[in-house]
Design a protein around this ligand. Structure first.
Ligand code: HAM
Length: 438
């Protein structure tokens, strides 16, 4: 291709997005609030790799789940040296399996302490993109895990996580959230429940969609989270997990609900909430919202996973956690602001310094350096500034403008204009930083 020939433009891959500086301040505010709330509950941050062995997710999340069976970005990583083995790798579709792998690998259980870990990062699923559903999306999540003796299995942990989420969403200003709650029982309860589901599905499954016919055989629990419209009537009539909970599981769930009642966190029981990942035991939950997300209304999801560590070859380590879909959280905040006629846009800079003529550029940069080191947010022009004509550009980025012509540099008395009021004043350089903060 010759240099003059126009090359086709390249675009971000379907289902992935750029977040530009007009959007990232809201993302940063959300993340800062989450970090502050997590700190109040004693969580520390963990960062795990963005890719892991495929086997981790196959074992952890479950072969039969939609995530593992059709949504993972997986590749064969060839050996590059005799000392290396070829392996199947996968971009993480979620972070819980990676956190539990790290818990096992670093023997965090041997501390005997409860581990409270949070993460913020991108996840990858090959889903059909639509509003609120992307192939690279962000999760803000947290996990509480530890040996049984640390109290990791206690219902108070479940209630604490849910109460923390309610506080976080309130602090972020998310309105009208709804907590949907269920218990999917212990692994043993589920054996009995699965048998009951198989039995109930046997005479009706031929009327269901192909996916559900397969699930009815391989993993009947997955039938419950099917979205297939035509199958809903059959699904609604299936046995309910609540009727198959052992006395222990039922008591655990009763304790979770009692603690939520005591804290005044409202919830709605949803017997079909089994969640799309196989590692869940006992408490499962989702927070949904009514504004901004349309059909993808699950803002976050989570639950208990008391057997996951053992599934990954680790010690017994009960755990509970959640992941918030950060993209969806942002969409919700934006939709709420739009409905209110308010803005989630970032504020303007404190000042725009306009050198009048290129000769004043060095002095302008020096002044900007002084003001920035005093903690002000400042943009500096480049000498092409034309009084009057260029005010619009400065107004778009800053609250005030400081004009820096030959006189101002000579006398150290600067002309400052406040865009909102149109007021223009002369200020001595010594008082400038204070005046601009006002
Ligand atoms: P999950 O329900 O698969 O659970 O995902 C949690 C949240 O991530 C969803 O509620 C949704 O807000 C967001 N999410 C999922 N897929 C997408 C997507 N394609 N685009 C945008 N947002 C999406 C988990 O991932 C579990 N690891 C949660 C957990 C932690 N359970 C225990 N600990």
């Amino acid at each position: 291709m010759s240099n003059t020939e126009k090359r086709p433009t390249l675009k971000a891959v379907r289902g992935t997005r750029d977040l530009l500086p007009d959007q990232t301040p809201l993302w940063n505010r959300v993340e800062a609030t989450a970090r502050a709330v997590f700190a109040r509950y004693g969580f520390g941050e963990i960062r795990t790799p963005v890719f892991e062995t495929t086997e981790l997710f196959a074992r952890g999340v479950g072969e039969e789940t939609d995530i593992v069976s059709k949504e993972m970005f997986t590749w064969e990583d060839r050996a590059r040296a005799a000392s290396e083995k070829a392996q199947q790798l996968t971009l993480r579709p979620e972070n819980t399996a990676g956190v539990v792998r790290a818990y096992i690998e670093h023997k965090l259980g041997e501390t005997g302490q409860l581990q409270k870990l949070y993460y913020i990062g991108p996840q990858f699923r090959r889903e059909r993109p639509q509003r609120g559903r992307y192939r690279q999306f962000w999760q803000i999540g947290a996990e509480i895990i530890g040996p049984q003796s640390s109290g990791a299995e206690s219902a108070i942990r479940d209630a604490e996580v849910l109460e923390m989420l309610a506080s976080l969403l309130d602090e972020l200003g998310i309105r009208d959230w709804k907590l949907e709650l269920n218990s999917v029982g212990s692994a043993e309860d589920r054996v009995r429940y699965n048998a009951a589901l198989r039995e109930a599905l046997a005479p009706v499954k031929h009327r269901m969609c192909e996916d559900n016919q397969r699930r009815a055989e391989t993993n009947p629990l997955r039938v419950l989270d099917s979205k297939d419209e035509a199958d809903q009537e059959i699904i609604d009539a299936l046995p309910k997990i609540a009727d198959y909970l052992s006395p222990d599981s039922a008591e655990h769930f009763a304790q979770v609900k009692a603690a939520l009642d005591a804290c005044g966190v409202p919830y709605h029981l949803n017997p079909r909430l089994v969640r799309g990942l196989d590692y869940y035991t006992r408490t499962t939950f989702e927070f949904t919202v009514t504004t901004g997300l349309g059909t993808q209304n699950a803002l976050l999801g989570g639950g208990r996973y008391d057997g996951l560590s053992e599934m990954l070859g680790g010690p017994r380590a009960p755990g509970i956690g959640f992941a918030i879909g950060e993209d969806r959280l942002i969409l919700t905040l934006q939709a709420q602001a739009e409905a209110d006629g308010t803005s989630v846009a970032a504020g303007k800079l404190d000042a725009y310094i306009a050198p009048i003529g290129v000769e004043q550029n060095p002095a302008a940069l020096k002044l900007a350096r002084e003001l920035r080191s005093a903690g002000l947010t400042v943009e500096v022009g480049d000498g092409s500034f034309k009084i009057g004509k260029s005010f619009g550009f400065a107004d778009a980025v800053a609250r005030k403008i400081v004009l820096l012509g030959e006189d101002e540099v000579a006398t150290n008395v600067l002309t400052v204009k406040t865009f909102a009021t149109g007021e223009q004043v002369k200020i001595g350089r010594e008082q400038l930083a204070e005046a601009l903060k006002a």
